[in-house]
Design a protein around this ligand. Structure first.
Ligand SMILES: CC(C)(COP(=O)(O)OP(=O)(O)OC[C@H]1O[C@@H](n2cnc3c(N)ncnc32)[C@H](O)[C@@H]1OP(=O)(O)O)[C@@H](O)C(=O)NCCC(=O)NCCS
Length: 183
């Protein structure tokens, strides 16, 4: 699988991968991503946060990675990669593409001196919880967002599961984290 940083020429490809994943997801649960406006994806592409994965020149997956996510992770400044909008093509499902992509993100994070991978999903989605726990993420907590949250629509009034993967053994970090989460 080849990894590239998406450019503006890939805007529609990324939009299509996200829409197709949303359509499939919508068939199983009403709590899904919104249709992401192309302008918003374009802004992420301009920030070089969007990645595309291809097999035999076919784009099969995308992910958006940020280095902060203060509104969801309470202003945390921990060295982390935040994983958003991970989506694989349905006709490539069941082959472990997601796991391969997460492995790549892990390597990228370590090379970038990060100590954690983090992401959030809907608290009602037990299958996704199971999926991410199987990939080595720990469920840190469930967080509810007020209806007037400044976050995008799909967070307003929703409860989300926050997941984290510690990439390096670091006792001090671990203790600080446990204290801040009240674990
Ligand atoms: C999550 C995802 C990237 C994983 O890709 P993958 O490694 O190729 O794995 P698969 O697509 O084969 O899915 C693995 C399992 O997770 C389940 N799953 C995946 N996305 C799910 C979702 N949004 N809701 C519920 N279950 C989901 C699949 O049904 C499958 O379950 P099974 O093993 O019981 O059959 C991919 O399934 C996807 O694009 N999902 C839709 C978009 C999405 O939900 N992204 C994550 C948002 S946090």
């Amino acid at each position: 699988m080849k990894v590239t940083v998406a450019n503006q020429k890939n805007l529609q490809v990324v939009g299509n991968l996200l829409s197709a994943a949303r359509d499939w997801h919508l068939a199983t649960t009403p709590e899904v991503w919104p249709v992401f406006p192309l302008e918003a994806i374009s802004r992420d592409i301009a920030e070089e946060r969007v990645y595309l994965f291809s097999i035999d020149s076919i784009y099969v997956a995308t992910v958006t990675i940020t280095e902060t996510d203060p509104l969801i992770w309470d202003g945390s400044e921990d060295p982390a990669f935040y994983i958003h909008k991970l989506a694989t093509r349905r006709d490539y499902a069941g082959q472990g593409l997601g796991a391969t992509i997460l492995e790549w993100i892990k390597g990228h994070a370590l090379r970038s001196q990060k100590k954690f991978l983090r992401l959030d999903t809907w608290a009602t989605n037990a299958r996704l919880k199971k999926y991410y726990e199987k990939q080595g993420f720990a469920h840190i907590r469930t967080k509810s967002f007020p209806v007037d949250s400044p976050l995008p629509d799909h967070y307003r009034g929703a409860s989300m599961n926050l997941f984290e993967m510690a990439l390096v053994e670091d006792v001090l970090y671990q203790m600080r984290r446990e204290l801040s989460y009240g674990l």
